[in-house]
Write a protein that binds this ligand. Structure first.
Ligand code: SF4
Ligand code: SF4
Length: 177
């Protein structure tokens, strides 16, 4: 067996057979078990069209096969644009976009947050904006006659971050994904 094939082997002993049942119990997910692997979700996904690796059906199969840690730690989990095309076109009514949202929430709970998202969250916490807005950009707005940007409510943001345990999650895997 080549090294490449070896990395594609799915070891049952490393899977969690209960994972699909746990997901199915989530009220946000409908018809998870009804997937017939037709591939429509992947064929119609606008992200899959431009990504060499993101395949909605693959993510779904990984979840159904109990490859919990693989699916939760996959970079691809964060590529979905939540456009709901897959959900609209699925002939079996599988709410894939919701499955992915739930998977992301579980991933965050287990400390898998990609650095980019972590940074965006911390920016929002510190400045109220996802991206730092430079003084030169502010001046450009002013020169163009645009009104000042609304001030963020940092107290509310901090309260919300505390409520959802954002900082705790960020610290869980400092330097990790
Ligand atoms: S479109 Fe629906 S049934 Fe077809 S593979 Fe995707 S989730 Fe499964
Ligand atoms: S919701 Fe996500 S997975 Fe579904 S079609 Fe849109 S980008 Fe693709």
């Amino acid at each position: 067996m080549t090294e490449e094939n070896e990395s594609e082997v799915i070891r049952l002993s490393e899977t969690d057979p209960q994972f699909k049942y746990e997901l199915s119990k989530n009220s946000e997910i409908e018809n998870l078990m009804l997937c017939m692997q037709c591939g429509t979700c992947t064929a119609d996904c606008p992200v899959a069209r431009f990504s060499g690796t993101y395949r909605p059906l693959k993510m779904l199969r990984m979840a159904l096969l109990g490859m919990k840690s693989d699916v939760l730690s996959a970079d691809e989990l964060w590529l979905c644009a939540s456009c709901y095309t897959c959900t609209d076109r699925c002939p079996r009514g599988v709410e894939f976009a919701s499955v992915l949202r739930v998977l992301r929430n579980i991933a965050v709970g287990e400390g898998y947050i990609p650095d980019g998202f972590k940074e965006l969250g911390l920016n929002v916490l510190e400045t109220g904006y996802a991206y730092e807005i430079s003084d030169s950009r502010m001046r450009k707005r002013e020169n163009a006659g645009l009104p000042p940007l609304p001030k963020s409510n940092s107290k509310s943001i901090a309260r919300l971050a505390k409520l959802v345990g954002f900082l705790k999650q960020v610290k869980k895997r400092e330097g990790g994904k």
